[in-house]
Design a protein. Structure first.
Length: 262
């Protein structure tokens, strides 16, 4: 279990310099790993009993696990949304700065939502099993463009058929340098083809809480700020670059307005 957690959470040098508490960090990391492992067994058993056809149930179970793990660390979510989240098919995008993001995203309970996640998570059997039950699309690195195209084409076919929403991190990796990083085009290409609105949101983790690339998260409040939905029905692939910039600029401005982003 320890080796598994070490694989998922690589300690961050920036965090080591900040009043390290290794006993607490490893105790909570191991406890979280055990909880995820037990949850994966229960969820797979539930999947067998329901013929793997009750994804809403699995999502509810996964959300409970994510909230429990955040609770172990003494972390509470505070959500600011200007309007109810869309109940129709939506493409959700956000910044990605921390090891906590995975648990925050699942804990949010985004309506009827699948996820795009790095394919490397499939090697971590408990996380991989839960992600598979949630209908996750596993991606490959940017240096394998042909394979990435096939993954996105398959995801588009599935999403057209099911009408489900989907979350993608347009940065593609955790960016800890401050502010949103470079945005890849996949999320916006998908939204354009589906004609689905994009809902950007910003995960604001205070420096006193954020483990960044590590796992030494501290108690506190994580704020999640949702922006209004962006209609993509008039978008075209020819204008993809400008539409990517439009959404990124909104998150950059929100980042600059938030005190926890300092």
């Amino acid at each position: 279990m320890t080796s598994l957690i070490r694989t998922v959470f690589k300690p961050s040098a920036a965090r080591v310099a900040r009043d390290p508490r290794p006993i607490r960090a490893w105790t909570l990391a191991i406890a979280s790993g055990v909880l995820v492992s037990l949850a994966s067994v229960v969820m797979m058993a539930t999947g067998l009993c329901t013929a793997f056809a009750a994804r809403r149930l699995y999502r509810g179970m996964a959300r409970g696990v994510a909230l429990a793990i955040l609770g172990l660390y003494g972390i509470r979510l505070r959500v600011d949304a200007p309007q109810p989240l869309p109940q129709r098919q939506t493409v959700f995008v956000s910044n990605h700065t921390s090891s906590l993001d995975l648990f925050v995203l699942v804990a949010l309970g985004l309506p009827d939502c699948r996820f795009f996640l790095s394919g490397f998570l499939r090697r971590l059997l408990p996380l991989g099993a839960i992600a598979w039950l949630l209908g996750t699309f596993f991606t490959v690195p940017q240096d394998r463009p042909a394979e990435r195209v096939r993954i996105f084409e398959r995801a588009e076919r599935i999403l057209r058929r099911t009408g489900e929403s989907v979350y993608l991190s347009p940065e593609g990796e955790r960016i800890t340098s401050g502010g949103p990083g470079h945005f890849n085009k996949g999320a916006f290409h998908l939204a354009t083809n589906l004609g689905a609105p994009i809902v950007p949101f910003y995960i604001c983790i205070p420096a006193t809480v954020d483990p960044r690339l590590g796992f030494d998260a501290r108690p506190g409040v994580i704020d999640v700020h949702f922006l209004p939905a962006i209609d993509t029905r008039t978008w075209t692939l020819a204008a993809l670059d400008s539409n990517v910039a439009l959404v990124r600029d909104q998150l950059v401005r929100l980042h600059e307005d938030l005190s926890c982003a300092a």
